[in-house]
Ligand binder design. Structure first.
Ligand SMILES: [Zn+2]
Length: 332
């Protein structure tokens, strides 16, 4: 294990609620994982410490010593600069503004090289390298969960834009004067098609007296939040309220994808994230139908493949491992 290129790397998926770290070998096999809650309210230093601990847990779980690791890459939700390692703004983690995240984490990990990249960009890179979009030149990855993230790949490379913030597809407006979004604007894709938007609309329906199996499913699961799994159960059972709300969410996502076909003309659109994974192909099919309707060139629209992501929970983690290897190769 002398050569850096042969050593495993650690990929980290940092989200608003949990930190997931995985030791990934040369063949992109995940050898071991560890996770912890993010606890953003404890402050930046405490969160970085928790990430470092989670990384060390995963390495120990893999039966390795930390000196066996070539480098670490962490995904982070929000606007960041992968070159200087600074997170400009991660709205889902309290207080994360202008944080030298790569340096802070490296300091906690005995100076090991640490790289950072946006989580949706890494999800797209993971799908491109190891998942549904292998060998594809131009593609857009769309990840539907609590929010909606995106990664754009042009000519085989992540398109970061001129200010490192490209791919924020959750904040493309698809319904002018629509619901208020977390970003303060109205009618963003995220405000009409994310799991959060779906939950809001189901609750609205329940308040106006609509019948649904959701309250019973929540009770059975002992949960308050409508997880993607609970939504999938109700959708599959054709619960009328849930089916109606999700169909509307799919419609807006379809409109967005149709527009994306019109202005990017990719080879493929990959749809992933908690909601898409839980509902599976039944989620993608109606989205696909709407998207092709909104494509300007309807005759050839189906040349653009719209497929379900393959890497599921490990998309960002594996993308992080791919990116760590790319960056390490650049240094040697
Ligand atoms: Zn927005």
């Amino acid at each position: 294990m002398a050569h850096t290129a042969d050593k495993p790397v650690v990929g980290v998926d940092l989200g608003g609620t949990k930190v997931l770290a995985g030791v990934v070998d040369r063949e992109y096999k995940v050898l071991a994982t560890a996770k912890r809650p993010t606890k953003g309210e404890t402050g930046v230093d405490a969160v970085v410490e928790r990430i470092a601990k989670t990384v060390r847990d995963a390495v120990r779980e893999a039966g390795m010593d930390f000196s066996d690791i070539a480098g670490v890459c962490s995904a982070a939700p929000g606007a960041l600069n992968p070159e200087d390692g600074i997170v400009r703004l991660a709205p889902n983690i309290e207080g994360w503004e202008d944080i030298p995240f790569a340096k802070l984490l490296s300091d906690q990990l005995s100076g090991t090289p640490v790289f950072i990249e946006n989580d949706a960009n890494l999800g797209a890179l993971g799908e491109l390298t190891l998942g549904a979009a292998q060998g594809v030149k131009n593609m857009v990855g769309i990840f539907v969960g609590t929010g909606i993230g995106g990664g754009i790949v042009l000519d085989g490379k992540i398109w970061r834009g001129s200010h490192m913030t490209a791919g924020e597809i959750g904040h493309v407006v698809v319904l002018a004067e629509g619901p208020v979004c977390g970003c303060g604007n109205r009618g963003c894709l995220e405000s009409v098609a994310s799991r959060t938007a779906i939950e809001r609309d189901i609750r609205l329906g329940l308040r106006t007296g609509r019948e649904s199996m959701v309250p019973e499913l929540l009770k059975q699961a002992g949960r308050e939040r409508m997880t993607s799994g609970i939504l999938a159960q109700a959708y599959e059972a054709r619960d009328p309220l849930v089916y109606e709300v999700i169909t509307r969410a799919q419609h807006y996502l379809g409109i967005f994808i149709g527009s994306t076909i019109n202005y990017i003309d990719p080879d493929m659109i990959v749809v992933g994230g908690g909601v898409a994974e839980a509902l599976g192909e039944a989620y993608v099919e109606p989205v696909r139908a709407v998207a092709y309707q909104y494509a300007m060139n309807r005759k050839d629209a189906r040349n653009v493949k719209i497929v379900l992501a393959k890497l599921e929970d490990h998309a960002a983690l594996l993308g992080a491992a791919v990116y760590a290897r790319q960056r390490l190769a650049r240094r040697s």
